[in-house]
Design a protein around this ligand. Structure first.
Ligand SMILES: Nc1ncnc2c1ncn2[C@@H]1O[C@H](COP(=O)(O)OP(=O)(O)O)[C@@H](O)[C@H]1O
Ligand SMILES: [Mg+2]
Length: 263
């Protein structure tokens, strides 16, 4: 469970560049909630995820993950139970290491560092099976360096790494935005399978309205630093693109960007 209580974040406070990115945001995700987050550029979506991940301290409010107050906890300690995938395919994996080694590294998440990143015997088989489930044919390239893979293949491996040790929370920040449409679709399918099969509590930012609607059991729309729409269950399932457009319209100027319409 994720509980965000009244959090605010202002960048460059007290300067001409002051920017209030989060305004008194409260949001609770129940266990297994798969929540898509949509909103125009600068709405505060990434700032919300970064605040939860502990990238920077927040100005006020409280963040709890599974009963644990993490508000003052440094990022590297939260990483023990938060899985993350970013937009940039280069970011989540170590290019100079083999697929197998990357997975071995991810499997040691939250444990004492310093031990070998090479896969142990039993693990190799398990990793191979997991990679085979991606359906990308990478199971025959377990000893290939990740740097040789395409962006989509790397995102799929990053997703495996982020979920190999079950995260209490999975944060996806437009993780398919840099991929071509066909590859993006494949990675979204993989995401949806992993998240729903493992019932992972997940926040998935997307600028694509169709994706925000068709994935997950919950949808949050952000505008001007706060969630302005939060629908779930049946209500979300019934929501159509025209309804979402209407909600954007009601939110006012700048809530909807061209990117979302074209996406
Ligand atoms: N690290 C940062 N330093 C300064 N300003 C930031 C930083 N991160 C985000 N912002 C600003 O906060 C606002 C919200 O940004 P962001 O959360 O990235 O929006 P979104 O992800 O919804 O497009 C923007 O005005 C952005 O420029
Ligand atoms: Mg963003």
């Amino acid at each position: 469970m994720l509980r965000v209580e009244n959090i605010s974040k202002t960048f460059f406070a007290g300067t001409v560049n002051e920017k209030q990115a989060l305004r008194d945001v409260s949001l609770t995700l129940n266990d297994g909630d798969f929540c898509t987050v949509i909103g125009s550029n600068g709405a505060g979506k990434s700032t919300l995820l970064n605040a939860v991940a502990g990238v920077f301290p927040i100005d006020s409010g409280r963040i709890c993950i599974d009963q644990r107050d993490v508000t003052g906890m440094p990022e590297h300690r939260r990483a023990a139970f938060i899985g993350r995938v970013f937009q940039d395919p280069m970011r989540g994996t170590a290019a100079g290491m083999m697929i197998e080694e990357n997975l071995a590294m991810a499997s040691r998440r939250g444990r004492v560092p310093g031990f070998s990143w090479s896969a142990k015997k039993g693990e190799t088989k398990h990793f191979r099976e997991l990679v085979a489930q991606l359906g990308l044919g990478l199971e025959d390239r377990m000893t290939a360096h990740v740097g040789l893979l395409s962006g989509g293949q790397r995102q799929a491996i990053t997703l495996l790494m982020a979920t190999l040790v079950r995260p209490e929370l999975l944060l996806l920040d437009e993780h398919t935005a840099a991929l071509d449409p066909k590859t993006a679709e494949k990675v979204l399918e993989i995401t949806n399978r992993i998240v729903t099969e493992q019932k992972l509590t997940t926040l998935m930012i997307t600028h694509n309205m169709r994706d925000a609607l068709r994935f997950g059991n919950r949808l949050v729309m952000m505008h001007n630093g706060r969630p302005i729409v939060d629908v779930s269950g049946e209500e979300k399932a019934r929501l159509k693109p025209v309804d979402l457009l209407k909600l954007f319209e009601e939110a006012g100027d700048g809530a909807l960007s061209d990117k979302m319409l074209l996406g």
